[in-house]
Design a protein around this ligand. Structure first.
Ligand SMILES: Cc1ncc(CN)c(N)n1
Length: 222
């Protein structure tokens, strides 16, 4: 069994719980309140900015030039496509938004992986960002009720064939890196993959709840 098969089997339950989230159910039916979707997109813009930096950082650490090129293209293309999607829905709204606790936790986690763990673990930590979104996009495409859905543009970005190519490349690189490393490190890669998958679940849950910080501040800038 290759590394990615074991990794996906390790998160089957988390994935099922993602599909059962109200956010995903209402995105599928198109009934998700726009306010919750906008909250999600604003937090996702913060997430994607950090995700892009981590992808570029991973590229710098990869030994194979082919892998480096792929990660640099992820940093440029994939993130650009997603940011364009945000502009479509938010019409370049320039609201200053603070990262929610879950968003901050997730972005700090992927930066921590890049800064303090092996390159294999760092790559494993970003794989759920690709793979879970692809699965969720396909799931929504297959299960949505035919007709107008105000979130169709979002659904089409992740479901269907275009995003698949990037996802397959990311999975293949993980498998190749896993093959070239120790069993112990392969297991650490699984841990990173599982943790990032939990953080994906939290990110959607926190968007639906429009998560706030439990303590407020009254910042006075100079
Ligand atoms: C939180 C999150 N995770 C993953 C993706 C898809 N790259 C995203 N846009 N946002």
């Amino acid at each position: 069994m290759d590394w990615s098969t074991k990794a996906w089997e390790s998160i089957e339950e988390i994935y099922t719980q993602i599909l059962n989230l109200s956010f995903i159910k209402e995105l599928t039916s198109g009934t998700l309140e726009r306010e919750k979707f906008n909250f999600y997109l604003e937090q996702d813009s913060i997430y994607l900015a950090e995700f892009g930096k981590v992808l570029a950082g991973i590229a710098c650490k990869l030994d194979k030039s082919e892998h480096r090129k792929i990660f640099l293209s992820f940093a440029l293309d994939t993130v650009a496509v997603e940011q364009a999607l945000h502009q479509f829905y938010l019409q370049n709204r320039k609201k200053v938004v603070e990262a929610s606790p879950s968003c901050l936790l997730y972005t700090c986690y992927i930066h921590k992986q890049l800064a303090t763990t092996s390159i294999e673990e760092a790559v494993a930590a970003i794989l759920p960002c690709f793979w879970i979104y692809k699965k969720v996009g396909d799931y929504i495409l297959e299960n949505q009720i035919p007709g107008e859905n105000q979130y169709q543009n979002w659904i089409d970005t992740y479901g269907g064939d275009e995003f698949s190519e990037a996802v397959e490349l990311a999975i293949d690189i993980c498998n190749e890196l896993a093959k070239g490393t120790t069993i112990c490190n392969q297991n650490k890669m699984i841990d990173a993959f599982v943790m990032a998958s939990k953080l994906e679940w939290m990110f959607w849950k926190s968007a639906y709840e429009m998560e706030e910080w439990p303590v407020k501040s009254n910042i006075i800038y100079v």
